[in-house]
Design a protein around this ligand. Structure first.
Ligand code: HEM
Length: 154
């Protein structure tokens, strides 16, 4: 089960990034070009949150079955000084939970706004901050610190 959830979590990262980037693009172009907030924009807002939620569930699942996290939790005092272990046991989880909360708040606030420009602006700002947090906390294959493959085979 662990390798499948890990591969799924790795794959869904691209959907998280793709949906966020597209939502941000629509939000900025709607905001700056004074466009009406369409049903399609609302769907994009919803889809982005839903994909983030799927990733959250997979992440939480992984957290309970990952041997790395298991080692971290059972050897906290030693593991907290080991960068790779600490990253997955603590840093990745904290940053990604923060990012998902930012997406949720941004989406809920945008939904409640009445003016179209305000909806776009709210989405643009909250989703951009969330994207930056996510980009900084993905274990990129090219990272000299914590490196994981861009695509993991099932
Ligand atoms: C936007 C949200 C997230 C993204 C984009 C993301 C992305 C990733 C990526 C790319 C990996 C490496 C996968 C691999 O080794 O192939 C990973 C690993 C991991 N993620 Fe996330 N993640 C997110 C949220 C979360 C959350 C919310 C949690 C926990 C609550 C979590 C827990 C984990 C754990 C435990 C691992 C390492 C598992 C292991 O190697 O044993 N992730 N994540």
């Amino acid at each position: 089960m662990y390798p499948i959830i890990l591969a799924l979590h790795s794959l869904i990262r691209w959907f998280v990034l793709g949906s966020l980037l597209f939502a941000i693009y629509r939000a900025y172009s709607g905001w700056l070009l004074n466009k009406p907030f369409s049903k399609f924009d609302n769907t994009i807002r919803n889809v982005t949150v839903n994909i983030a939620h799927v990733q959250l569930v997979l992440g939480l699942w992984l957290y309970f079955i990952s041997p790395i996290v298991n080692y971290f939790l059972h050897n906290f005092h030693r593991a907290v000084h080991e960068r790779q272990i600490r990253f997955f046991g603590m840093e990745h989880v904290t940053m990604m939970l923060t990012a998902i909360i930012l997406i949720e708040i941004g989406s809920a606030k945008a939904k409640r706004k009445t003016a179209d420009a305000e909806k776009f602006k709210t989405m643009a700002i909250w989703f951009t901050v969330a994207l930056l947090v996510i980009l900084s906390s993905i274990p990129w294959s090219f990272s000299p610190l914590i490196s994981r493959p861009l695509f993991r085979a099932f």
